[in-house]
Ligand binder design. Structure first.
Ligand code: NAD
Length: 248
């Protein structure tokens, strides 16, 4: 029970990596607020956590909207009056193409969800964490912020910006015992990923030292470490969960 009695908000928690994080946090004793655009999947997940004996609520949230984020934080704060953990996981993925093909609209969306969304959520929880003199913020980034990959330039640039956001916030609030870290997944099997048998899937496997893609639960275990007191001296860090891709 590494998150016993803690309150956690997981953005983009209805599917994929965010879902695995929300489930694991709840298993480890946290009350989890799932903040996501997908009401059907988010509500079903919250119900499934509750029927397994955990605590979870869903709040329809576009992280790009300050009003929606404020609503999510208000609901989460009803549990104990605290917000102990924020996991900024929601992202807009964009298209696979380079600078010449990336539209202004795609740039706006990537920046709005990845960067401003993270900023909106962080700003909304900081007053709680400052009052508590404790908190952990886990930003789900990507190895695409660390090494060149064939990808959307807007997605990658926004994710790289998150590394800077993490270090800046970690610097500013370290003295208040608020830790902020970046978690960079490599290829993880979710609904957005290439499927086994596809050329892109085989290529992803070949880029890792372990020769395979990862599972959402393997990212969730790293998020749990960063969220819990086990990482009490870790802040401003970038943790790759990538089967060795970036070390190759
Ligand atoms: N899957 C991978 O291989 C991989 C690799 C590196 C990084 N990541 C990162 O991991 C995170 C999760 O990705 P995933 O693969 O689980 O994707 P996913 O599409 O399965 O899940 C993303 C979730 O975010 C939600 N979401 C999207 N926009 C939102 C918004 N504006 N507000 C609130 N919720 C929103 C979606 O509804 C969905 O539930 C993302 O930050 C992604 O960039 C994934």
């Amino acid at each position: 029970m590494r998150l016993k009695d803690k309150v956690a908000i997981v953005t983009g928690g209805a599917h994929g990596i965010g879902r695995a994080i929300a489930e694991l946090f709840a298993e480890e004793g946290a009350a989890v607020l799932i903040a996501d655009l997908d009401a059907a999947a988010g509500t079903a997940l919250a119900e499934s956590v509750r029927s397994a004996g955990g605590r979870a609520e869903f709040w329809l949230t576009d992280v790009g909207s300050k009003e929606a984020v404020a609503g999510a934080v208000e609901i989460a704060a009803r549990w104990t009056g605290r917000i102990d953990v924020l996991c900024n996981n929601a992202a807009y993925l964009g298209e696979f193409h380079g600078v010449l093909d990336a539209s202004d609209e795609e740039w706006d969306r990537c920046l709005r969800v990845q960067l401003l969304g993270t900023n909106n959520c962080t700003r909304a929880v900081l007053p709680f964490m400052l009052a508590q003199k404790a908190g952990s913020i886990v930003n789900v980034v990507s190895i695409q912020a660390m090494v060149g990959c064939p990808t959307s330039v807007a997605y990658t640039a926004a994710k790289a910006g998150l590394l800077g956001f993490t270090m800046s916030a970690a610097y500013d609030y370290g003295k208040d015992n608020i830790r902020v870290n970046s978690l960079c997944p490599g290829p993880i099997q979710t609904r957005i990923s290439p499927k086994p048998g596809e050329a892109a899937y085989e290529w992803q496997c070949s880029q890792t030292m372990l020769g395979r893609v990862g599972q959402p639960r393997e990212v969730a275990q790293a998020a749990l470490f960063l969220a819990s007191d086990e990482s009490s001296f870790v802040t401003g860090a970038t943790l790759a969960v990538d089967g060795g891709w970036t070390a190759k």
